[in-house]
Unconditional design. Structure first.
Length: 351
């Protein structure tokens, strides 16, 4: 059952113009000046050649939406795995990214200042899982005993591996988890340095296309590691209006993708290594048609996240326990408090 809450979102976002007005008055300028010369830069992961972020970059969608708030976006070329971007978040070089529960739990356990503001319900959980090298002799999860599997540490790959091993009743210490981010894991997998790889999205599909043996998927292990939108906490504290407008715009882009999924593929390049064709393009278009619109977290989302956090803590992936309350940022509550700040000075822009 979908848990989208667009009506609640619209109500919460209704106060955003008040926040924008307060920021303009506090800065000593007017709304037109703020819109003409944005003073706040939101650093967003580049969307590549497909999806809502790619279309937003092509069309200037976020800049148009954020301009009345005196803000604009800067696109950041970042690795595809959220867990590979923690240094960028720590350095203030990245403010917002998509991802999953697991790497945010891992980030908070390392005191990286990121929080989740929205969740998207699962659409196709065959986009991530465990693949074995063709010559490894691994045909199912129990065959991983005594083998080496590449995982992005404290991220989706490690979560998938732990879930799959537990489901197959394989003791965790009988399988060597090799901590590698996707770019390094792809090389290790292709050269036989590891026997298997817990991966996701394009790298996963590419490895399967090259002959990798799929032995588990998120669907087969009943994964709870749902898709999320996460922000740097400092941005959420200083500019909740910008975060909320970003989410609202992303929701609208996702609705457009559901209606016209073809426009959200091969956005910049119709041919070449980033472009899709044939069956892969048809599959991507179908997924776009069924894309889940991100929504503010619900109690059910919190329960799913807690399952991920508990699995990590119980098995030593994270040194301290993390709760859903630690991970989800109460953006709606923050927005509801905004009218009380109308007469306060505008927040200092985050650099």
């Amino acid at each position: 059952m979908s848990r989208n809450r667009l009506s609640r979102t619209s109500a919460a976002l209704a106060i955003i113009p008040v926040v924008a007005l307060a920021a303009a008055c506090g800065s000593g300028g007017d709304g037109d000046a703020a819109a003409a010369e944005p003073t706040f830069v939101l650093k967003v992961t580049d969307g590549g050649n497909a999806g809502p972020l790619a279309v937003a970059k092509r069309d200037g969608t976020f800049d148009a939406a954020l301009a009345p708030l005196g803000a604009k976006v800067e696109w950041v070329n970042a690795p595809p795995a959220f867990s590979a971007n923690l240094k960028l978040f720590n350095a203030g070089q990245l403010d917002v990214s998509g991802g999953a529960y697991s790497p945010v739990v891992g980030a908070l356990s390392k005191d990286v200042g990121v929080r989740i503001i929205a969740v998207a319900d699962p659409v196709d959980q065959d986009q991530a899982g465990i693949i074995a090298a063709p010559g490894s002799g691994v045909k199912e999860v129990k065959d991983l005993v005594g083998k080496r599997i590449a995982v992005n540490p404290a991220g989706k790959g490690e979560y998938i591996t732990l879930k799959a091993l537990r489901q197959a009743n394989v003791p965790f210490d009988q399988v060597e988890r090799v901590p590698l981010q996707p770019s390094d894991a792809a090389s290790a997998f292709s050269t036989g340095q590891v026997d298997a790889w817990a991966s996701f999205n394009d790298p996963y599909q590419e490895a399967k296309a090259r002959g990798g043996v799929e032995i588990a998927t998120e669907a087969s292990i009943d994964s709870k590691d749902n898709t999320i939108v996460a922000f740097r906490t400092e941005v959420l504290e200083q500019r909740p209006d910008v975060a909320a407008k970003y989410l609202e715009t992303l929701q609208q882009l996702t609705e457009r993708q559901r209606s016209n999924p073809e426009d959200f593929q091969n956005v910049f390049e119709k041919a070449g290594p980033r472009a899709l064709s044939g069956d892969r393009l048809a599959r991507a278009v179908d997924l776009g048609r069924r894309a889940s619109v991100p929504h503010y977290p619900t109690a059910a989302d919190a329960a799913d996240l807690q399952e991920v956090a508990d699995l990590f803590h119980q098995n030593g992936v994270t040194a301290r326990a993390i709760t859903a309350a630690d991970v989800f940022y109460p953006l709606q509550d923050k927005l509801a408090q905004a009218p009380a700040a109308q007469n306060q000075p505008a927040p200092t822009p985050v650099s």
